[in-house]
Design a protein around this ligand. Sequence first.
Ligand SMILES: C[S@@+](CC[C@H](N)C(=O)[O-])C[C@H]1O[C@@H](n2cnc3c(N)ncnc32)[C@H](O)[C@@H]1O
Length: 273
Amino acid sequence: MSGTDFGTEPDAGTVYLVGSGPGDPELLTCKARRLLEQADFVLHDKLPGPKIIDLLPDDRRKDVGKRAHGDRTPQSEINELLVQHARDGQSVVRLKGGDSFVFGRGGEEAEYLAAHGIPFEVVPAVTSAVAAPAVAGIPVTHRDHASSVSFVTGHEDPTKPESTVNWAALADTGGTIVVLMGVTRLPDYTDALLEAGMPAETPVALVERATWPNQQVATGTLETIVDARDSVGIEPPAITVIGDVAGTRESVVEFLANESAAGASDSATSTRE
Ligand SMILES: C[S@@+](CC[C@H](N)C(=O)[O-])C[C@H]1O[C@@H](n2cnc3c(N)ncnc32)[C@H](O)[C@@H]1O
């Protein structure tokens, strides 16, 4: 037994920590789809996107994302809900956008369930960190351009005096940098990378709501991407891809069917080259 002294709960239902992928229901894994159909209850937030959330029956789901006034439901409350539903003998799906174990607090939920004797299963998924660049025609690695990739958060506590992300070390790797939760603080970390000596002409792309009906892409360089963000009107959720791989989009975009497939209409998809 790990953590605290709760022992195993013999009659508890199982909690499935399921990733939804980036938002296209066809990118749900077969297992995720089956579990969503069979679950007694689903706890989700907004990140799985409207197409996947619309598949869930209203009487068997609860949105535990942001509350009415924009505050986030505390993680402690979500953990407790998972335990309560499982103790009622229910089969529970905790559905998160992308992969639950990539900036998804899946690890915290797993620890809490284990400490409370609740059986759980982890169902891995397609993370937006790879899928969002991919659907915009950008591979996160490429034999000619990048042999490593780093996944980092752009959302840091603004009250912290210093960034906990070592942007200078990331600039030094020469590999691709993929930033999650990085729309608002884009000016801060592009400046940090420039200060660390990364060339101003390094290609950068922003991919918003990848595979959702209103997917948008903005492209530029370390020096121009903030203006590109503003002129396209990129908003969260979006992925930032920094590195030479972002420049390869230009050679494929003319033939790339993903963007028109994601958008309800071509006019819903803005692209700035
Ligand atoms: C809390 S993190 C969760 C990441 C998620 N667990 C994953 O593996 O994709 C939220 C961030 O994921 C990214 N994200 C998730 N879904 C996305 C999508 N469909 N398009 C673009 N970015 C997405 C954005 O950077 C967003 O701010």
